[in-house]
Design a protein around this ligand. Structure first.
Ligand code: AMP
Length: 277
């Protein structure tokens, strides 16, 4: 496994890999969720490249960017046995040299949910992902369903700009108590960590109601909010039952639905989702 920091070195290392490339973009502080994506990329494509870049342009909250965990050495230790061939870990200057001035705006699927709470976030994501795709030139790129709106945005980026690669969405890996693995979980205090599984429990309550026949969007959203309201450490930002492709809120669930929510536990913001139908 090689670790490279410049675009020129990445291109040189990539040329030596004589298979398709499976690419996993990350911001580092890796956990089993990220590693599952890398293993799948390696198994399905022959070679795996992971990027580690805490992208400043997708953070609308400066404090969140500053305290985002950075653990490159440990990340490399986890990536090697997962079959990663190359780690691309550029700095901000390499990705955004002086004069950089392009921004990709994806449109309607970025106005709701995370896009509404984090203005500019998805323009930052779309722009950096487009750059990374052009740098790495993968056959497939792997993303976690954990960030469901990101998957929708990246699929639209690739379709609208005719990018020649396939986007693969992989299931969310969870801790034993249901909490979705996240690099931000390390910031939770012991009390917040103990409270955090309520996020998944709220999603499971919605699923149980759906399976019992409930189809009304407002009722399903209320069930999640009710569950979350029992946990005083959880400050809810949104609960959504939406069309999984357009992300528009549903009055009623006809075929399928993306149930997603965001909640703050102290300074740490957690998101999670499930798909119904
Ligand atoms: P991040 O480093 O948080 O930007 O995440 C990099 C990639 O890993 C994204 O595609 C995420 O959706 C994915 N990911 C993050 N957490 C998980 C998880 N718990 N299970 C599966 N994939 C995840």
């Amino acid at each position: 496994m090689r670790i490279v920091h410049t675009i020129a070195d990445l291109r040189a290392a990539r040329r030596e890999l004589n298979t398709d490339i499976g690419f996993v973009p990350t911001m580092g502080a890796l956990h089993d969720g990220h590693i599952s994506l890398v293993k799948r990329a390696k198994a399905e494509c022959g070679s795996a490249i992971a990027s580690i870049f805490v992208n400043p342009t997708q953070f609308n909250d400066k404090a969140d960017f500053t305290r985002y965990p950075r653990t490159l050495e440990n990340d490399a230790r986890l990536l090697e046995p997962a079959g990663c061939d190359v780690i691309f870990a550029p700095d901000a200057q390499e990705m955004y040299p002086q004069g950089f001035d392009t921004r990709i705006d994806i449109g309607s699927v970025t106005t709701q949910l995370e896009g509404a709470m984090r203005p500019g976030h998805f323009a930052g994501v779309a722009t950096v992902v487009a750059k990374l795709f052009n740098i790495v030139q993968p056959a497939r790129a792997y993303f976690g369903q954990k960030d469901a709106q990101q998957v929708v945005v990246v699929r639209k980026l690739v379709a609208d700009l005719n990018m020649p690669l396939e986007i693969v969405a992989a299931p969310t890996l969870r801790e034993a108590d249901g909490l979705a693995m996240s690099s931000r979980n390390v910031h939770l205090t012991a009390a917040e960590r103990a409270a955090a599984p309520v996020v998944y429990q709220a999603l499971q309550a919605v699923k149980a109601a759906y399976e019992a026949g409930e189809r009304d969007g407002e009722t399903l959203r209320a069930i999640a909010k009710q569950k979350l309201s029992h946990e005083p450490l959880a400050i809810v930002e949104y609960v959504s039952v939406a069309n999984p492709r357009t992300l528009d809120e549903l009055d009623g669930v006809a075929h399928d639905a993306l149930v997603s929510l965001a909640a703050r536990f102290g300074k740490t913001r957690l998101i999670d989702n499930i798909v119904l139908g």
